[in-house]
Design a protein around this ligand. Structure first.
Ligand code: GDP
Length: 178
């Protein structure tokens, strides 16, 4: 018999970094250029067979067009058990913004232990960059340490790179905190 857990993840980051596209790719397996799923869609559901004994019902919340303040209300974060914080690798200002988003998150929600909820940084649109691995790796390793991210993934909603992997990693971390 399988056990069923319900997990809630939020996806945050600046406008245009690819949040809706990541959700659409993760949930529907699709990417549509210029597709704006966040209009009128606040959350999506996905069922994951984590292992032979565990089924996870994942709710994924999109901030649905409220990015301009780089702050969300405490109510919005209340149910969050994990976060994907997204930036666009072609726009360095969105990496700085990721740190502001993460601070906002950590001041408004934490685990019962007082630790930050598990959060993963997504360096999205990696299909658009040339490979300058060493630089990116050391910058993002340091950034994750400074901003209390568990880890980072290069991702592309367009080319389906590391979206499932990042989602699965976060769910596993959330189950450990449960
Ligand atoms: P949001 O505002 O953060 O929800 O961003 P969207 O998902 O609406 O994406 C903004 C734009 O970036 C759209 O034109 C998407 O097609 C494009 N986009 C999203 N993810 C990727 C990606 O991984 N690679 C490329 N090349 N474009 C992307």
């Amino acid at each position: 018999m399988s056990s069923v857990s319900v997990c809630t993840d939020i996806v945050i980051g600046d406008l245009g970094v690819g949040k809706s596209s990541i959700i659409s790719r993760y949930i529907n397996g699709r990417f549509t250029e210029g597709y704006k799923a966040s209009v009128g869609v606040d959350f999506a559901l996905k069922t994951i067979d984590l292992d032979s004994k565990t089924v996870v019902r994942l709710q994924l919340w999109d901030i649905a067009g409220q990015e301009r303040f780089r702050k969300m209300s405490r109510v919005y974060y209340k149910e969050a058990m994990g976060a994907l914080v997204v930036f666009d690798v072609t726009q360095s200002s969105t990496l700085e913004a990721a740190s502001v988003w993460k601070q906002d998150l950590d001041t408004k929600v934490c685990l019962d232990s007082g630790h930050p909820i598990p959060a993963v940084l997504l360096a999205n649109k990696c299909d658009l960059t040339g490979r300058d691995e060493d630089d990116l790796v050391s910058t993002l390793d340091g950034f994750c340490k400074d901003n209390c991210f568990l880890c980072w993934f290069e991702s592309s909603a367009k080319d389906n790179i590391n979206i499932d992997e990042a989602g699965a990693f976060l769910v596993k971390q959330m189950m450990l905190c449960d």
